[in-house]
Design a protein around this ligand. Structure first.
Ligand SMILES: *Cc1c(COP(=O)(O)O)cnc(C)c1O
Length: 229
């Protein structure tokens, strides 16, 4: 029988703390974001009962249904998929974090549409770090300008950077991309954008390399919920 969601969570948490030790990271400095896209609300409930509170979703309509079903659990929702302009209002009203902002227009809309009754929305800028073919992500060249503009907006906080490097098997190659994202983050902090602390990087296949390079949030789907259908 396949291991249960609580067992998977236990295993991943154990690996996180091992890697924190191995790479001289501060204990509990790496946050586990469980990616629940395509998985039913019941599975999220199981993870929640095993102590997991942060969930990542990629599709707005699917996420809104789960957020509403699971309202009583007080979960923290992260939007990690491509953001279309016609979905920014739903995202601004229902999520706590957005990891995938890659242009100013989207950041502006999220800021304008964030309800004043809620705390500012945490946003991460998605960087196209390994020049992957997918067009998502701001280039390193344009990152500074975008970050400075986002930093001026009222109802969002520029909380860090995110990347989805092209999948590679080799550990040192994985580290290379994550290292570049870390340097970009450090540069922005040195430029005075001190809120830009988080590094959302690492998925089921490469989170050891991401933790080695300073990830503060790893986004894990398959290793927790199993293969997506
Ligand atoms: C699906 C997804 C993940 C999770 O990937 P796994 O390989 O299943 O761990 C992480 N980040 C993003 C942006 C995703 O779309």
């Amino acid at each position: 029988m396949a291991p249960s969601i609580p067992e998977n969570l236990e295993n991943v948490r154990h690996l996180i703390s091992q890697y924190e030790k191995k790479y001289a990271r501060i204990p509990d400095s790496v946050q586990l974001l469980t990616v629940s896209k395509t998985h039913a609300a019941e599975k999220i409930m199981e993870a929640c009962q095993a102590g997991q509170k942060h969930f990542g979703e990629n599709y707005v309509q699917e996420a809104l249904e789960k957020i509403s079903t699971l309202n009583a659990y007080n979960l923290t929702w992260h939007f990690i998929g491509p953001v279309q302009s016609n979905k920014t209002r739903a995202i601004a009203e229902n999520f706590h974090w957005v990891h995938s902002v890659d242009r100013l227009k989207i950041a502006q809309r999220l800021s304008d549409q964030r309800p004043k009754s809620l705390p500012p929305l945490n946003i991460l800028l998605q960087v196209n770090i390994s020049h992957e073919d997918s067009k998502a992500g701001v280039s390193l060249d344009e990152l500074d300008t975008l970050a400075r503009s986002c930093n001026e907006l009222d109802n969002i906080v520029l909380s860090g950077l995110m990347a989805i490097p092209s999948p590679v098997k080799e550990f040192e190659q994985q580290r290379g991309s994550f290292h570049a994202l870390r340097e970009a983050r450090d540069h922005l902090i040195n430029q005075g954008i001190v809120s830009c602390q988080h590094l959302s990087m690492g998925m089921s296949n490469d989170f050891e390399a991401a933790i080695a390079e300073g990830a503060t949030i790893i986004r894990i789907g398959t290793d927790i919920f199993g293969e997506r259908g």
